[in-house]
Write a protein that binds this ligand. Sequence first.
Ligand SMILES: [Zn+2]
Length: 236
Amino acid sequence: MSIRQTATETGYGLGALLFPTLCLNCQRTIPGGQRTPLCLPCFSDLAPTNYWELPENRVTDKFQGRLELQLGVALYFFNVGSVCQTLMHALKYYQRPEIGDELGRQLGNYLRNHPSLHDLAGVVPVPIHPRRLHQRGYNQAERIASGVASVLRVPVFPQALTRTDFKGSQTKMDRLQRVENVRNSFRPGRGNHAGQHLLLVDDVVTTGATLDFCGNLLLEHHANATLSIATLAIAE
Ligand SMILES: [Zn+2]
């Protein structure tokens, strides 16, 4: 029996036999040849926030008075040294865009049939800096957005926001100038989303400044639009 037959009969792809998938966190082989970033024990170490069941939570608190949200959620808690941090690093720095797809679908599963999203028109990813997009080859927020959108059966609007190059060298600026520079690098993009409910998506929410800029741009640019925010993680 050839290796190809064995692989077919056991249901494993040939690729999975030759290149077993290793868990990103513990480096053990993931049984079954599944293309998944974590083994089951490491997956169960992720800590879901359950924010989709809490109309007021730490995400909505961050934007209180800054941005009116229909729903604000994050999927997992992000701590230094946590499994969640390993996943987010791999997604951003180690060329693992499929993590965005997978966690985006998980997030989508929690948001499916959520009453606050009954009128959702589409998902808007936070754009990344063009130079970073060139280096990385993908925008992680766009991969998350497509995972969420595939489960919620709504379109992704990847052009709804654009990001331009920074002006000058950031290193010569003080903190306030830097914040202003980042704010000015976001622009409303193509498409008319007047009156639509948009779900703004990013990987991690920390201070919330970027989501705040982007959310306000969308609401200012599209008359009577409404907004929700969903991220994969929230820094504790
Ligand atoms: Zn593991």
